[in-house]
Design a protein around this ligand. Structure first.
Ligand SMILES: *[C@@H]1O[C@H](CO)[C@@H](O)[C@H](O)[C@H]1NC(C)=O
Ligand SMILES: *[C@@H]1O[C@H](CO)[C@@H](O)[C@H](O)[C@H]1NC(C)=O
Length: 365
């Protein structure tokens, strides 16, 4: 009876979300609907009636729908990976004019993605990274039928007395599966070599790879002590994913240093300025300059910065001058609550009072 109820809930969730398919659809949409997949993974769906669920999912390309059939248990980690990619993007860009906001509808990031810009590069990289992260962890947690703990070889420089063999994050599998799933959309329909679409395809593939590579390269050895009363005479070590925040920081740096590329007639992508070294697999690349995102412009997906908070004293992108694009700002006062009069108590905690304070806030005209 309980199972039945879960099924009904699931069908309800999926079928009520079906809309007509449009061009701008993306698998990122799964990230906005991860609650659907949570139900899915809990119910443990099998059987032909469920196969049709993959067909009903919005945002998947044909090939991705096939992968959905084959790897149903992967759909929940894919959706949580996409979700953490979107959230990390919003964190990293919270103080910039383009703040990675999502829009209603299937394209997730809206018309911003119609320009082959740095911002597009970042979203591709961070979402691919999110999926590698989530799949690698799901393997380790035993949630997927096709993979388990990492089978990475013992690092040669690991202390000889330490054990290699804890259950590690399976970044190898996470990388390979994500390559198949995320790149699928680009690889399905290969545009003619001389076309603009071909250049965009190359750019997307490059940035997907940069995102995957960031997670792969930042995974590191983690160890735990054993031994009599914390003597640490013995250690067990395994491979562990980096904090996803650190991956976000790394990719944000790659965004700041992204390389402008162009496509040539043979369909290859080349650096615009040949004085620089060619971008590595870790670098982000983009084809088109970004709009300044200063004013509302639906055609470029720019929301504009009217009404955005800015920092009067900052010289950075969050400073009122840059954020408001020289239009000036309005100031108002707001009450904020903060921790104050903190005292250290023996032993060992800190107790604070809550104080109210009036602060000046500035918003762009
Ligand atoms: C992002 O920017 C838009 C438009 O400028 C604004 O409405 C929204 O509140 C911002 N989001 C965050 C999280 O700051
Ligand atoms: C504003 O910017 C200054 C200088 O960068 C910084 O010290 C301050 O903490 C910022 N204020 C807020 C509210 O973010």
């Amino acid at each position: 009876m309980y199972r039945m109820a879960r099924y009904i809930e699931l069908f309800f969730l999926i079928f009520t979300s079906v809309q007509s398919l449009s061009q701008g659809q993306s698998w990122w949409l799964l990230g906005l609907k991860s609650h659907v997949f949570q139900t899915w993974s809990k119910v443990g769906i099998i059987g032909p009636s469920i196969q049709s669920l993959c067909n009903q999912l919005e945002g998947l390309s044909q090939g991705q729908t096939k992968l959905c059939h084959l790897y149903q248990d992967h759909m929940y980690p894919i959706s949580t990976g996409a979700k953490s990619g979107i959230e990390e993007c919003q964190y990293q860009f919270s103080e910039r004019r383009w703040n990675c906001s999502t829009v209603d509808g299937q394209s997730v990031f809206g018309n911003v993605m119609t320009i082959a810009s740095r911002e597009k590069a970042f979203t591709y990289a961070i979402s691919a990274a999110g999926v590698v992260n989530a799949i690698s962890r799901a393997c380790r947690e035993g949630e997927l039928a096709n993979c388990g703990c990492s089978r990475a070889l013992r690092p040669t420089d690991l202390n000889r007395d330490w054990l290699w063999g804890g259950c590690g994050d399976n970044v190898d599998y996470g990388y390979r599966f994500t390559k198949e799933f995320v790149d699928m959309k680009e690889n399905e329909r290969i545009p003619p070599k001389a076309s603009a679409e071909h250049g965009i395809m190359k750019m997307n593939l490059h940035n997907n790879e940069a995102g995957r590579k960031a997670v792969l390269s930042m995974a590191d050895v983690m160890c735990k002590c054993h031994g009599v009363s914390g003597s640490c005479s013995m250690k067990t070590c395994w491979l562990q994913l980096a904090n996803f925040r650190d991956v976000g920081n790394e990719l944000k740096e790659r965004y700041d240093g992204a390389a402008e590329i162009r496509r040539n007639r043979r369909g290859e992508i080349k650096l615009v300025d040949s004085r620089f070294n060619n971008p590595t697999a870790f670098d982000l690349v983009y084809l088109d300059p970004s709009p300044d995102y200063c004013i509302y412009d639906p055609s470029t997906g720019s929301l504009g910065t009217v009404g955005r908070l800015c920092n009067k004293t900052s010289m950075g992108m969050d400073g009122c001058n840059l954020m408001c694009c020289g239009r000036g700002y309005n100031t108002f006062q707001q009450e904020v609550v903060e921790r104050c009069h903190c005292k250290f108590h023996w032993c060992c905690y800190v107790k604070c009072k809550r104080c109210k304070k009036i602060v000046d806030m500035h918003i762009c005209k």
